[in-house]
Design a protein around this ligand. Structure first.
Ligand code: NAP
Length: 257
């Protein structure tokens, strides 16, 4: 018996096998789910290669969350794969221009780049929810990934602002989709050495000391605990939880300075 037996899950945002989305897809398959993954643009061919490393090779969809045509066609693209209902939708997507928005650029970050970061990293949670809405029903669960936006971090700068928008977007989705029995939650992960993290100038500053200070310790190369939490939130074991942020950070967030 797997936690996700009989469930179908879309994981959006898988590029490498270091991607949190990849770990989510792996755990979801191990727990019995049928999984589809997505990425966009030039990286799609990489994703197709990486998909073969999962226990079962999943269909790979082309989905740029800023492309309205992609969003409008997503439900049909899923139906073409034989999907009539989605039990889980995982938003594992973020982008902020590292040249202009991250690594100590907060006071100079230009609006065009900030608006792109907010669209890709926060507004897209709403876009993805609405694009998959025809396939969601009572018991379906949307889960996104955040990096605790309640405080200002070194180097994270405008991505922190985008994450604050994501966290708020999740709460409003929870409010508006809750009456239909659809949940929306986030997992707030500690720093993990993924492609996105490596692109942050000053990621080491964020990461520094996490492993020694976190009460449970923290392995920044292990996406497993984060993936398990995402799968738990998709499962039937959180039937009355929505608008929530579950920290998977070794307990770091619970400490004072
Ligand atoms: P990742 O492997 O780089 O995943 C980010 C994904 O977003 C990539 O697949 C990327 O595709 C995709 N993406 C970017 N723009 C997109 C668009 N317009 N449409 C569709 N997909 C797009 O890095 P990750 O660390 O696993 O990130 C996954 C999520 O976890 C993000 O929300 C991130 O902020 C969050 N998170 C990460 C950490 C950490 O320390 N790594 C901690 C907490 C939360 P391309 O590679 O093709 O650009």
């Amino acid at each position: 018996m797997g936690l996700l037996d009989g469930k179908t899950v879309l994981v959006a945002g898988v590029t490498m096998d270091s991607s949190i989305g990849f770990a989510v897809a792996k755990v979801a398959q191990e727990e019995g789910a049928r999984v589809l993954i997505s990425n966009f643009g030039r990286a799609l061919s990489i994703t197709k290669r990486i998909a073969k490393r999962l226990p079962e090779e999943p269909p790979v969809l082309d989905l740029d969350v800023t492309n309205q045509e992609h969003l409008d066609g997503l439900a049909d693209a899923l139906r073409a794969e034989g999907v009539e209902r989605l039990d889980g939708v995982v938003h594992s997507i973020a982008y902020g221009n590292p040249e202009t928005l991250l690594g100590g650029k907060f006071l100079d970050g230009p609006w065009d780049d900030v608006s792109q970061a907010v669209q890709v990293s926060a507004y897209s949670l709403k876009s993805l929810a609405m694009a998959t809405r025809p396939l969601l029903g009572s018991g379906s669960s949307i889960v996104g990934l955040t990096f605790d936006a309640t405080i200002a971090w070194p180097a994270y700068d405008w991505m922190g602002v985008a994450k604050a928008a994501l966290e708020s977007t999740s709460r409003y989705l929870a409010r508006d989709l809750g009456p239909d029995g659809i949940r929306c939650n986030l997992v707030s992960a500690g720093p993990l050495k993924t492609l996105a993290a490596k692109a942050i100038p000053g990621f080491e500053e964020l990461d520094e000391g996490w492993g020694t200070r976190a009460p449970l310790g923290w392995d920044n190369t292990d996406q497993g605990p984060t993936a398990k939490a995402v799968c738990a939130l998709i499962s039937d074991f959180f039937p009355a939880t929505t608008g929530e942020i579950v920290h998977v950070d070794g307990g770091y967030h619970s400490l004072g300075a």
